[in-house]
Design a protein around this ligand. Sequence first.
Ligand SMILES: NC(=O)c1ccc[n+]([C@@H]2O[C@H](COP(=O)([O-])OP(=O)(O)OC[C@H]3O[C@@H](n4cnc5c(N)ncnc54)[C@H](O)[C@@H]3O)[C@@H](O)[C@H]2O)c1
Length: 331
Amino acid sequence: MTDQSVIGETDGVAVIGAGSIGSAWATVFATAGLRVRLHDTAPERLEAALGVVADRLDKLYARSLLAEPPRSIIGRIVTTRHLSDALNCAPYIQECVPESLELKQALFVELDRLAQPEAILASSSSFLPISRVASDLAGRHRALIAHPGNPPYLLRVVEVVPASFTAADVVERTCLLMARCGLAPVRLRKEIEGFVFNRLQGALLREAYCLVRDGIASAGDIDLLVREGLGLRWSLTGPFETVDLNTRGGIAAHAERMGPAYLRMGRERGQNDPWTEELVASVEAERRRQLPLEDWEARVQWRDEMLMALIAWRRQAGIGRPGGADQSDVE
Ligand SMILES: NC(=O)c1ccc[n+]([C@@H]2O[C@H](COP(=O)([O-])OP(=O)(O)OC[C@H]3O[C@@H](n4cnc5c(N)ncnc54)[C@H](O)[C@@H]3O)[C@@H](O)[C@H]2O)c1
C-alpha cells in the first residue's frame, strides 16, 4: 500500500476545530503538500487561524525548516464555516474540538453522516478512547484516535489508537498519512484513557504536585530540575534508555539496585506496582535487541557528546543560565 491510497493528489484533508491543535494540524498537513479545509463554529477563531498559521510558517522558514515559501503553503488552506463544505470529498478528517465527551460524540454522529463513506474519522482527543466517542456509529470501523503532542507541527510523534472495532486498514492508512506528514506514528496495542503520552506526563505531574503539597520543593525548583536535568537527557533518550545508560550492566542492573527504592516510593503514594523479574526481563530483552551491552560504552559517549552539543546551543540561545531567556520563573 502506498500513501497515495490515503490522500490522492487532488484530495484534501478536513480539520474540524481551528483552535490550538486544529491550526497546528492545518500547518502540518499543508506543509506536507496537502490541501486543507479548516472548519470552526466560531467565526473569530476561523478568522484568526490563518494568521496564526502564517506567523508560524514565517518563523519556520526563517529557521530553514520549510522546503518552500510560506505563501505557497498557506495557499493550500481554506477556511469554511460549514461542516459539510469542509468534509466534501475529504478522505481524512482530523477532529480538534474541545475535550468534551458529549461534544465529540455529537460531532462524530455528524461526521459519520456527512463524510465520504470511506473517509477516516480521526480524533485528536487527549484522554478519551475512541470507543467512548464512536461506538454507536454505523461507520465506527473508520474511527480512531490520532493524538498529537502540542504543538503537532513541532513535536513529530503521534499516538494512533484504534478501538477493537476500528478496521485494520484504517489504522494502516492513518499511520501512512502521519509518516507522509513527517510525524512518527506510535500505534498503541490497546485502548487506555490518556494513552501513553499523557499517562507518562501524568505520572510526573502527580508526583510534582505531591512534592509541592508536602513542602519539599517549589514548583519553580521542580521545573528547574526537569528542565536542566531529566528533560535535557530525555530529549535524547527515553526513560528506559536513560536508566539503561545510567547503570553499568544496563537496565537489569538498574532494576536490581534501584527497584526496591522505587517500589517504596510508589507505595508511599498508594501505588503497588513492583517491577517483577518477568517484567524487567522483557524490557531488558527489548533494550538488548536495541543496544547490545558491548555497544553500551559507545552509546554513553554518544549521549554525552549530544548533551554537549545541546548545551552549546542552549548557551548561544541564552537558555539554562541565570538571567537567561528561560529564567523568568526562577527567583
Ligand atoms: N492543547 C493541547 O495541549 C492538546 C494536545 C493534544 C491534543 N489536544 C486535544 O485536541 C482537542 C482540541 O484542543 P485545543 O487545545 O485545540 O482546544 P481549543 O479550545 O484551542 O480549540 C477548540 C476549537 O474547537 C472549536 N469548536 C467547538 N465546538 C465545535 C464544533 N462543534 N465544530 C467545530 N468547531 C468547534 C472552538 O471554537 C475552538 O476554536 C481536544 O480534544 C484536546 O484534548 C490538545
